[in-house]
Design a binder for this molecule. Structure first.
Ligand code: NAP
Length: 247
């Protein structure tokens, strides 16, 4: 059954692949991103393929901005019953070099941004008695990552939030899960490689148990399933999509 879905970070990488997949199966998609042009490009691509999409600029760290962007989606398509939070930032900094400003910025986008988005859509899901929430976390929260103390802590918060909301809303028809990616070839990881924060992507591929980097669509496929009717008995889970890196 087609629903209204919103994907934050929908202009790039994992969010973009997810928006395209949900639209291809028939959902109406709100493509939300800080990068307004990129969001419009993805929404236009969906519409050109015969799907339904609307783009809106959002800064997930700002609740007023989240509310305004969701209003655009609701005005076009109605209540949002699928929420995918993929917007995120991933700076690499030695722990002793992390300023309070940087720590708070990472928390505001990755964790508080997720909080804003979920708090804004859950009332509509409660009204409908149905909802699917999928947050993009990170394998760094499962196994740690040097020079990513703020980032991995923010993503650990996302995993803990998953568990609590799953228990709070399980009887209301809302499932809540997260997908922690590892080594996915996206603009984010390419940028980290270019500035020397990540090793050569070829090396990362060799280190992977499956011998390759993941693609954004590898993650989107899992998100699509978790956001489906069939996944109704799956909630509170951290659904690893990592080529066996975390096993
Ligand atoms: P990406 O290609 O950089 O996409 C992230 C998108 O989020 C970008 O379009 C970015 O816009 C947007 N964004 C950043 N801050 C935002 C804000 N405050 N409000 C709204 N949008 C914002 O990265 P990706 O690799 O697809 O990552 C998606 C998610 O997966 C992130 O949460 C990331 O932490 C997680 N993840 C990725 C990997 C990986 O290997 N790629 C691994 C583990 C976890 P701008 O470009 O304008 O900043």
């Amino acid at each position: 059954m087609a629903r209204v879905a919103v994907v934050t970070g929908g202009a790039s990488g994992i969010g973009e692949a997810t928006a395209l997949r949900l639209a291809a199966r028939g959902d109406a998609v709100g493509v939300l991103d800080l990068d307004a042009e990129g969001a419009e490009r993805v929404a236009a691509q969906i519409r050109a393929a015969g799907g339904r999409a609307v783009a809106a600029r959002v800064d997930v760290a700002d609740r007023a901005s989240v509310d305004a962007a969701l209003d655009v989606v609701r005005a076009e398509f109605g209540p949002v019953l699928i929420m995918v939070t993929s917007a995120g930032i991933a700076p690499f900094e030695s722990f002793l070099d992390i300023t309070l400003e940087s720590w708070e910025r990472v928390m505001r986008v990755n964790l508080t941004g997720t909080f804003h988005c979920l708090q804004a859509v859950i009332p509509g899901m409660l009204d409908a008695g149905w909802g699917r929430i999928v947050m993009i976390s990170s394998s760094s929260a499962q196994q740690g990552a040097p020079r990513m103390g703020h980032y991995s802590a923010s993503k650990g918060g996302v995993i803990a939030l998953t568990r609590s909301l799953a228990k709070e809303y399980g009887r209301k028809g809302i499932t809540v899960n997260n997908v922690p990616p590892s080594s996915i070839d996206t603009p984010m990881s390419r940028h980290s490689h270019e500035v020397g924060d990540l090793p050569d992507l070829e090396l990362l591929a060799q280190r992977s148990p499956v011998g390759r980097m993941g693609t954004a669509d590898d993650i989107a496929a899992a998100v699509e399933f978790l956001a489906s009717e069939d996944a109704g008995y799956i909630t509170g889970q951290t659904f690893g999509v990592n080529g066996g890196a975390v096993a």
